[in-house]
Write a protein that binds this ligand. Structure first.
Ligand SMILES: [Zn+2]
Length: 60
């Protein structure tokens, strides 16, 4: 994701691509994190902000 157009991408949201995997890791400004392999799903998750849990419990 490129920076420079903050109109549609709040700077407080971050998405990283985990090296060596197809997994995206998104971090919301509220502290919630989400892993998925679909950028569209990630986008939906970010825009669902008030509705996603503040801290997701991910069992390993
Ligand atoms: Zn959030």
């Amino acid at each position: 994701m490129s920076a420079g157009r903050p109109s549609s991408t709040p700077a407080v949201l971050r998405v990283r691509w985990l090296p060596g995997t197809d997994v995206l890791l998104g971090t919301c400004h509220c502290g919630a994190e989400h892993e998925c392999q679909d950028p569209v799903e990630m986008w939906d998750w970010m825009h669902a902000h008030p509705d996603h849990p503040t801290r997701e419990e991910v069992p390993r």
